[in-house]
Design a protein around this ligand. Structure first.
Ligand code: 9WN
Length: 457
């Protein structure tokens, strides 16, 4: 009964966050993360939303992904934000990116990307569609997805080593993760132009950026916007950006999704009889699996991001939940698997009442409410669940943990409603803006609603 009620509310949340616009004389339907705060279309949020929507309303899932690829740049980039016109509440507003020359007519985007959940969503939506319903959708979206993969391979793995480089913390989807602390020591805040800092100061208000005690700090924002200004100055030329950015990381979360995304894309292509084209993506997936396995650090018992900015090559040791994403990629070796599961199942680290916190509970950096420095996020739970289930055929422990994580995630969301992130110790909701969340009841955030639907299926 409770489950059915929740599904209804999830449906309501996803309808509440729908934005319909007409751009370039076409109608686009985008589900924004939260109409009270994140009023544009976010890349990996929309991919997650489409996977939930396909169970309620396949047409809306198609619309979501069509809208997501509509602003693709000529070089293949699918941006992290596709802006809704006329909305200026969220900072940075559209004009701050200086991406004018790359825009497709009236469709305005940011200039960076986000973890590549897109092809995983396309494959999922296709597989869960009623027979014959998804053909047109696939014809429209598949070329864009393939072009996006080519962009990622060409610009983010120029050395052809299998791991992808992100150039902005927002590209990781885990903005203020402790994974980036050591890289930040190389970004001199004095190098951030005065005008950029003043702009952040003027905009870092609760209504534009959410509750300050929960969000990334003022200095984080100086860095975020300093990088945006630098990339605009480099004309959004990704050959230059990847070599010159003071922030450039081989990200294990991003790369794990990349491996899985290539498998998914190869799967979709195979299903529609394009086996020859699938081979390339299979190869990329395999290459990344091997590269991820090699980031394992035996001393610290974890997979590591690698700081590759400006010629550096420094492994990053931080006990965050990103270390479990190689499960999703199928990159974990037989020898590594029990070690990964031991770490994940430890109640002092990653398995408290409501796993999986964004950083280990016993880390001195753990903060109960600060965004990606403590709270449990439904999106990373979904990916870790998929990862654990991938190893279920060979590991009873992985299966049992995967099933338990489904139950606890559903329970956490059902207890509170659809919030952005949750307290891992009590499972309480941690909305970005408590005032708004209360005011609007619990039908606010899109991806917990969509993930709830997907996990309840
Ligand atoms: C910056 C929308 C996005 C998520 C990210 C999350 C947060 C934006 C922000 O919100 O990022 O992209 O303003 O903090 O970190 O994962 O996609 O829900």
């Amino acid at each position: 009964q409770k489950l059915l009620e929740m599904l209804k509310v999830a449906d309501h949340a996803l309808k509440h966050n729908l934005y319909v616009t007409t751009l370039n004389e076409k109608t686009y339907k985008r589900t924004v993360p939260s109409k009270e705060f994140y009023v544009h279309q976010w890349n990996w949020d929309s991919a997650a939303v489409a996977m939930g929507l396909v169970h309620l309303n396949p047409e809306r899932a198609y619309d979501e992904l069509r809208a997501l690829v509509s602003g693709q740049w000529n070089n293949g980039l699918i941006a992290h934000i596709t802006y809704n016109p006329g909305e200026t509440r969220y900072y940075p507003q559209a004009g701050k990116w200086h991406t004018e020359q790359f825009r497709r007519g009236e469709i305005v985007t940011s200039g960076i990307t986000q973890p590549p959940l897109l092809s995983i969503a396309v494959d999922y939506v296709y597989k869960h569609s009623p027979d014959g319903a998804a053909g047109d959708f696939l014809d429209e979206v598949l070329p864009a997805v393939m072009k996006y993969h080519d962009y990622l391979k060409r610009y983010r793995d120029p050395e052809d080593g299998g791991l992808l480089t992100i150039v902005h913390p927002w590209e990781s989807g885990t903005d203020n993760s402790p994974r980036w602390d050591s890289s930040y020591t190389h970004i001199n805040l004095n190098d951030v132009p005065q005008a950029v800092r003043e702009d952040v100061d003027a905009n870092r208000t609760d209504d534009k950026l959410g509750k300050a005690s929960h969000r990334p700090t003022q200095e984080d924002y100086y860095r975020f916007m300093g990088l945006v200004a630098l990339f605009a100055k480099l004309g959004w030329d990704y050959e230059k950006i990847v070599t010159q950015s003071p922030f450039a990381i081989k990200d294990i979360l991003f790369s794990s999704l990349w491996a899985r995304a290539n498998e998914a894309l190869a799967d979709t292509l195979t299903r529609v009889g394009r086996t020859d084209e699938a081979a390339k993506y299979h190869k990329w997936a395999q290459q990344t699996q091997e590269a991820l396995a090699h980031t394992w650090d035996e001393e610290h018992q974890q997979y590591c991001d690698i700081d590759v900015a400006q010629g550096r090559r420094e492994p990053i040791i931080e006990p965050t939940n990103a270390m479990f994403l190689p499960l999703l990629a199928g990159a974990v070796t037989d020898e590594q698997l029990p070690k990964v599961l031991t770490r994940l199942s430890d109640p002092e680290q990653f398995w408290p009442a409501y796993p999986v916190p964004s950083i280990a509970l016993n880390s001195p950096k753990f903060e109960l409410t600060r965004y990606w420095r403590g709270p449990t996020w439904p999106i990373t739970n979904l990916l870790i669940i998929e990862g654990l289930m991938r190893y279920a055929p060979q590991s009873a422990q992985a299966r049992q943990m995967g099933e338990e994580l489904v139950d606890r995630t559903l329970d956490m969301i059902a207890k509170n409603g659809f919030y952005e992130y949750y307290d891992p110790t009590k499972g309480e909701a941690r909305p970005g803006r408590e005032d708004n969340a209360r005011q609007f009841g619990f039908a606010t955030f899109s991806w917990p609603a969509a993930i709830f639907i997907q996990l309840a299926e």
